[in-house]
Design a protein around this ligand. Structure first.
Ligand SMILES: [Zn+2]
Length: 275
């Protein structure tokens, strides 16, 4: 009799957890620039080894179950893709169906300005690019606790969404790799999740920038800041901890936060991480 009741409760708790995990999880969206959230039938404490396009994938343990958060690059064409879960018995492939998504296009006619950096600036850009890419695109096998909710990094109006295809004077530029949140200079900028500072500096394009590593290839970048907190590479930060203030440093037209979220080297839509 007691046994029956126990099993009944167990079944109930499983049903509840499917609908509402107590920890943060991004929205599943299998489109270019989206995230595929896939449950893995693995138990135990050590993170599963999952690979997508030769890159190791973030995995989260939530209520005893493991989930892979596969970042889908914006450049993916719609179709079927394979990810691999490495087990003792060998690689287990699983398919991810990626649907098409048409991101908005913005056509702008701008005055022909000096957009070509001079040799000194080019040398600076060449030095900074590997620091920024290395901060965002490296898999570090560290596991941080996930909070119940991700912290929106600043309060303001979303002025430019992820994936926006920008065409200047008929010339296509790279699509927007993050989300812009417009806010007055001096508005606090907070770390979205727990992690560690992997890059902090004042860069040519991004201006004053902080990159936080949340472990296993999940990183967030905060740029165009007016100032950064007294932090250095290697410092731990917690979700909601202030990283700096909104500003207009680097190549910008007005004060806003540009926020980039990266999973397994793919820039993904930050909107999937809010709410
Ligand atoms: Zn931006």
């Amino acid at each position: 009799m007691i046994k029956t009741i126990k099993y009944g409760l167990l079944a109930l708790s499983v049903v509840v957890s499917v609908n509402a995990l107590a920890q943060f999880t991004p929205k599943d969206s299998r489109v270019p620039g989206g995230v595929a959230v896939i449950e893995l039938p693995q138990r135990g404490d050590s993170p599963p080894h999952v690979f997508f396009q030769k890159k190791r994938v973030y995995t989260a343990k939530q209520e005893g179950r493991w989930f892979a958060w596969v970042g889908l690059p914006l450049s993916l064409k719609p179709g079927s893709y394979q990810a691999f879960w490495k087990t003792k018995e060998g690689n287990k492939p699983f398919a991810i169906q990626v649907k098409g998504k048409k991101y908005e296009e913005q056509r702008l006619t701008v005055k022909k300005k000096h957009v070509n950096p001079d040799p000194e600036q080019l040398a600076r850009i060449r030095k900074e690019t590997p620091i920024i890419r290395g901060g965002m695109d490296t898999f570090r096998p560290v596991v941080y606790a996930l909070p119940e909710k991700l912290v929106q990094p600043t309060q303001g109006r979303i002025s430019s969404s992820f994936g926006l295809r920008r065409v200047f004077n008929g010339q296509p530029r790279r699509p927007h790799s993050g989300m812009d949140i417009a806010a007055p200079t001096g508005t606090p900028v907070l770390s979205a999740l727990n992690g560690k500072v992997v890059a902090i500096g004042d860069y040519y394009f991004n201006g004053k920038t902080v990159i936080v590593d949340h472990g296993q290839g999940l990183t967030t970048l905060y740029c165009h800041l007016s100032r950064t907190e007294d932090l250095k590479v290697g410092d731990k930060v917690s979700a909601g901890q202030q990283l700096g203030d909104v500003g207009a440093t680097g190549r910008v037209t007005g004060p806003h936060l540009h926020w980039t979220v990266t999973l397994n080297g793919a820039r993904v839509d930050p909107a999937l991480f809010l709410n």
